[in-house]
Design a protein around this ligand. Structure first.
Ligand SMILES: Nc1ncnc2c1ncn2[C@@H]1O[C@H](COP(=O)(O)OP(=O)(O)OP(=O)(O)O)[C@@H](O)[C@H]1O
Ligand SMILES: [Mg+2]
Length: 218
């Protein structure tokens, strides 16, 4: 469950101040899957970064699954970030590590003393079982993004934030990846907020929010 109230976030833009959000409030129910649309520059990435605890608001409250992260200090935010899953447009895989190492790396970093649960089943579901020893450069774009999805899901997050994860993929691959991502999140009861520019891809989601002028219109 995500609850945001009365958010104020501004950026310094040269000697001007750019107000991105002033009084933004919204709720996303637990396990809901939301597609986030909006023109370029409307603040979608900024909003994801606020929800991820990578940016902090000047005013307002951000509550994620009972954690009031808007009041957290850096150390608390670092701890919070380990519990969420992030998926990016440019995959952000480590080129010198194999697929398997890429998927396991973050988990090892975040939870050094725990062994990951469900690795085999996850890579099987994402169709990556026969790619585990390959390097990212030997995979297609869609396969690389599936590695990014596996990496995010292995941590068993309650929330996944995805920023245009299909931005680099052709339409067929984009549909495949989003269908897999939403199916896996549904099965695992994970909240998903995914930024996209594609209206067509919103069919896989419970709801659609359109960001314009610092507010949601849908
Ligand atoms: N690091 C930064 N420093 C200053 N201004 C920034 C920074 N990042 C983004 N902005 C500005 O904040 C506004 C919102 O940017 P944001 O990246 O959130 O938009 P977006 O909706 O994700 O756009 P896109 O669809 O192009 O990815 C833009 O006007 C952008 O120029
Ligand atoms: Mg963006």
């Amino acid at each position: 469950m995500i609850s945001v109230s009365n958010l104020l976030f501004r950026r310094q833009d040269g000697d001007q101040v750019q107000t991105l959000f002033d009084g933004l409030s919204f709720e996303i129910a637990g396990q809901e899957q939301v597609a986030l649309l909006g023109d370029s520059g409307s603040g979608k990435t900024t909003l994801l970064h606020l929800l991820a605890g990578l940016l902090s608001p000047e005013r307002g409250q951000i509550n994620i699954n009972g954690e009031l992260i808007s009041g957290y200090n850096e150390q608390q935010l670092a701890h919070y970030r380990r519990k969420i899953g992030l998926i990016f447009q440019h995959y952000q895989l480590l080129d010198c590590l194999t697929v398997k190492q890429n998927i396991l790396f973050q988990h090892k970093l975040n939870f050094p003393t725990q062994s990951p649960v469900g690795f085999e089943a996850l890579v099987e579901q994402l169709g990556l079982s026969n790619k585990l020893e390959k390097l990212p450069s030997q995979l297609s774009g869609g396969e690389q993004q599936r590695v990014g999805i596996a990496r995010a899901l292995l941590n068993q997050p309650k929330l996944i934030l995805a920023d245009e994860p299909t931005g680099n993929l052709d339409q067929t691959r984009a549909h495949q990846v989003v269908e897999m991502l939403t199916t896996l999140c549904k099965e695992r009861q994970i909240n998903l907020v995914m930024v996209t520019h594609s209206r067509q891809l919103t069919q896989y989601f419970d709801s659609v929010k359109v960001l314009a002028n610092g507010q949601f219109n849908e």
